[in-house]
Design a protein around this ligand. Structure first.
Ligand SMILES: [Zn+2]
Length: 67
């Protein structure tokens, strides 16, 4: 992915969609590990930042878009 500027509150699309059929994840925690929550079923997962950066496809919605 070219633009790796993402932060808490952003909604991202991953390369692989969640089994519930949704492919929109909200970033809820940043750190060495990143926690993202499925916007479809509210399931949350904690994944290492490096893995997250490999799996992310694009940012759907930016939390700070209006600023
Ligand atoms: Zn889901």
């Amino acid at each position: 992915m070219e633009n790796k500027q993402y932060g808490i509150g952003d909604v991202v699309e991953m390369k692989k969609q969640h089994p519930c059929g949704t492919n929109a994840w909200k970033v809820i925690r940043m750190g060495a590990d990143i926690r993202i929550k499925c916007t479809g079923c509210q399931h949350s997962v904690l994944i290492p930042r490096r893995e997250f950066e490999k799996k992310i496809k694009r940012i759907l919605e930016r939390a700070d878009a209006g600023e």
